[in-house]
Design a protein around this ligand. Sequence first.
Ligand SMILES: Cc1cc2nc3c(=O)[nH]c(=O)nc-3n(C[C@H](O)[C@H](O)[C@H](O)COP(=O)(O)O)c2cc1C
Ligand SMILES: C=C(O[C@@H]1CC(C(=O)O)=C[C@@H](OP(=O)(O)O)[C@H]1O)C(=O)O
Length: 357
Amino acid sequence: MNRIGGSITLTLFGASHDSRIGCVIDGIPAGYPVNEDIITADLALRKPAEGIGTPRVEADVPEISGIVDGITTGCPVVITFSNSNTRSSDYEQLRRIPRPGHADYPAVCKFGPAHDIRGGGMFSGRMTTPLVAAGALLRDLIGSAGISVGSYVTRIGSVVDMNVYDVADIMTRSRTNPLRAMSPEIEERMRAEILSAKSKGDSVGGIVRCFAAGLPAGLGEPFFDNLDGEIAKAVFAIPGVKAVGFGEGFAAAGLRGSENNDAYRFFENSVVTTTNHAGGVLGGMSNGSVLDFSAAFKPTPSISKQQMSVDLVSQEDADLSVKGRHDPCIANRGAIVVEAMTVFTLADLAARGGFLV
Ligand SMILES: Cc1cc2nc3c(=O)[nH]c(=O)nc-3n(C[C@H](O)[C@H](O)[C@H](O)COP(=O)(O)O)c2cc1C
Ligand SMILES: C=C(O[C@@H]1CC(C(=O)O)=C[C@@H](OP(=O)(O)O)[C@H]1O)C(=O)O
């Protein structure tokens, strides 16, 4: 299914080496202003950085319809991007010898010989370009309800950022560098980690920590369309995401209730929590604290280091060294995609819960 959302829906179309990729966003209220500068800025954060990203560089200029004089009309908004820098010959042998870790094998089993394997087809990270544009377009919509979303990279391979940061700082500082790191020192160490893996024909994974500030308490539609479940579904759709955890996440299993509960206090006539182990979600609804979750990206599957695979035609074991243009790390490029899927989900849940002004 290529559609997500309840009140505001997002439909994704195209493939990595198709003529174009894009999305349709339906359900945005009429009369809402669209800021194209935000879309440009967010798309820039998804672009590959020289030396640590895929050499496939696309212009990524969005063509947007459904907006008149910078205002939504109530019609579906359509955003498209052209694919021009494709090199489909890199993929010819992969239908026969599938890449370990990529979608090739299950996709050929599911779709048969018709599967568009060029550039990873519909399973490519390329498909995240329209997602970022959609998220950027909706930032002002949730902004009008006082909600803002940001993220930073807490881990690349063995380099882990254990520091605690102010949420306002995260919204700005991590946007200044392609590693989405919070300081130049950590950025340098993360870059070195990626370059070290790349020099060996290998890749590294990483973790993105995402925040949403300004959420009203009660956002989320339990039982099944709960806040954490809807965000997890949207974030798990991002190629390469293997884990999503809210607040303490898996670590909560090792805590006592007295350690994990977030105690309440009144502060300036409002109810606040003194800690945020829950990551801002209780009972599938926002509790008024900052929404705080992490998403783990696996190491990029396409690596030039030789790996074991199979030849599906000759029915024999085969070795594979993936040629072509690939990211040695996905997590840093993926951070803005995590933000986009979070913005989309919050916009949809805000619309469903009557929180939009
Ligand atoms: C922004 C972005 C860029 C990506 N770049 C690559 C890449 O260059 N090479 C690659 O093999 N996988 C890349 N991926 C990951 C694959 O698309 C993904 O691992 C694959 O579709 C299989 O899906 P899964 O890992 O979710 O199971 C990228 C993902 C994202 C989000
Ligand atoms: C094009 C992008 O990344 C692509 C994501 C990707 C994959 O398998 O996910 C494989 C590569 O595709 P190609 O072989 O066509 O160069 C990357 O370059 C992008 O993110 O915009």
